[in-house]
Design a protein around this ligand. Sequence first.
Ligand code: MN
Length: 388
Amino acid sequence: MKKRVTVLGSTGSVGRQALDVIQREPESFEIIALSGWKNTNLLLEQIKYFKPKYVVVKDEKTSKELKNQLPNRDNCRILFGEYGLIKIATIKENDFVVVAIIGMAALKPTIEAISAKKRIILANKEIIVSAGEFVMKEAKKNEVEIIPVDSEQSGIFQCLQSRYLDNIEKIIITASGGPFYHLKESALDSVTVEEALNHPNWKMGKKISIDSATLMNKGLEVIETHWLFNIPANKIEVLVHPQSYIHALVQYDDGSIIAQLSDHDMHIPLHFALHYPERLKNDLPRMNLSKIGQLTFRKLDSKRFPSVDLCYEAIKQSGTFSVVLNAANEIAVNAFLNQMIRFKDIVKIVSIVMSKHQNMLNPSISDIFYQDREARKSTMKICNEYKM
Ligand code: MN
């Protein structure tokens, strides 16, 4: 039987790649619903091709625009906003939900999808960073599996498909180091937005490209690993591996390490997640180890790149610290992209916002949203003080 899929964020980078995988296997998947926010041109193409029953966009205005362009209006319902996202995440007709929206907007729809017992294919990072404890509790309660597609998390997930969960000594996630890992600390003062967006191995959205340049992305992945796999922070390590072919390694207590390697291509973890628990053949390009020649590793320099340490600190403090870290980082990254603050100010500002935060343990979802909003406000203030 075909698996019936909702894709939240189908016009974004990961959402489009998920549709690529699904498009190649029409015998395995059927698209029930898509959400695409503002990009109505691409949505229109996707609607014509996949014929979803529901589509969600940003607001009423965009929904009217899209309706007017639809050739056959009866077959597709256009909804909008958070209500629409929740609706398509929970409809009876679907089996699983690909969560490829970035940011906190994914939180409520994902929680509702979990309550409705839909399998989650998770590409969003922020909701696990901010509300990982809550989301994983809900998933456990509802017996819902969360299959990650971020390459490192997928790597860990694949390495852990064994009986030896009690024997894990540590989990190692790799970091390419981003575009600036070779630079001296002083040179980091003057890097430009354009240079920061130019990642050596991956083509990604702006926010995650900047996060890779500050290495905050790796820190967020440490938090994500902690919640997704229920692993204490002291058993999670970051290793710089500039070629990015090894995505994750799991070290067991007999000295063996199991690693997951694959090409720089998000289609591979997406293909795995969409078919899990089966592992099916595909025609994606294979990596050629003899051509690659060598894989190298370096210790993370947390003096030049202090962001990862901030994330370990957020795990240690627990409660709402990671909510604040995530929100502050998003605002500071935006301020850098708008050329309001300098590159090195991003992590500095996040650390200032965190140092002012009064922690709140066991937050509810409304506490999380409240702290998220407050942190954004206070980060904006500090960014204004740091204005170039
Ligand atoms: Mn990643």
